[in-house]
Design a protein around this ligand. Sequence first.
Ligand SMILES: [Zn+2]
Length: 327
Amino acid sequence: MNSRGIYGNKAAIQSISSMFKSGRMPHSFLLYGEKGTGKKLIADYFAAAILCENNHDGEPCGECHSCRLAKSKAHPDIIYPEKSGKLMTYTVETCRNVCADSIVSPNNGAAKVYIFTDCDNLGLSAQNALLKVVEEPPLHVYFIFTSVHKDSFLPTIISRVTSIGTAPCTADECKAALAESGYNDEDIKGAVGAFGGNIGMCREYIDGDELKGITALTRAAIDSIINSDEYSLMKALSDPVLKDRKLSRQFLDLFDKTVRDAAVLRYRENAEMAGCSPRKAEQLSHRLSVKSAQRIHMLIGEAAKDISANVSSSLVMTALCGDIINS
Ligand SMILES: [Zn+2]
């Protein structure tokens, strides 16, 4: 771990450091990677490094006035534009205001950093509103975006930002991070068992019941496919928890990862697992041909799209259940 509490992600930190060293700092960045892999932490670290008074090769000193303000999220030149609406994202108006505001000189430091997080739902008009300023930002302005998928952005934006990927830590790094935060061994074991080196997901798993419930449902759904038990599949997919759009998306994501893990295991026995249940993925790999796994993966993808398009989660889950049984 470095001074700012970032575990793993050596490659991302290194590329930030080498940009500082080269003295050729781009002004717009995209940090992309799986949910829970530290994108926001790295964005904050990066912003602190840009504004630090004693920046040493891209590492913020953590002690100067600017670093202290950044640490307490009170730096007037690190700006987190406001999100709004059902999708909790940035409106066109917010983006236009950012463009107008970016021309104004910094308050305290030598630069201004705008951090836009979770941009996967950022609309096309909002992106277009940002395009010009991202392309030619004022000299004192930096933009940092975060998203799960790189292709959530228009190609015109992607071609103008420097993209840096984030990745989960190793299971050991994750265990160390969680232990340092004061979690107990049993919780850590359960969380790392389900989410490997993804610290963010592990924290969410331990801190609340929602993710535990979704993980249990995912395992039940996988079990039902392993046992060709249609009734259990129906029961899992009609669980009232899945009426919630966000939770049903999360369920589909975990479900899909385990199905993909099973498919990968058909090719490589010791492949790295992405889903929340490596053991079930292994059992599933004995039951499903690669073709059936691909078919289920496709069906889950369609279900996720329908949910994003506002179709009722219950309807989507019922249809998905029928499609899997008939596939
Ligand atoms: Zn500093």
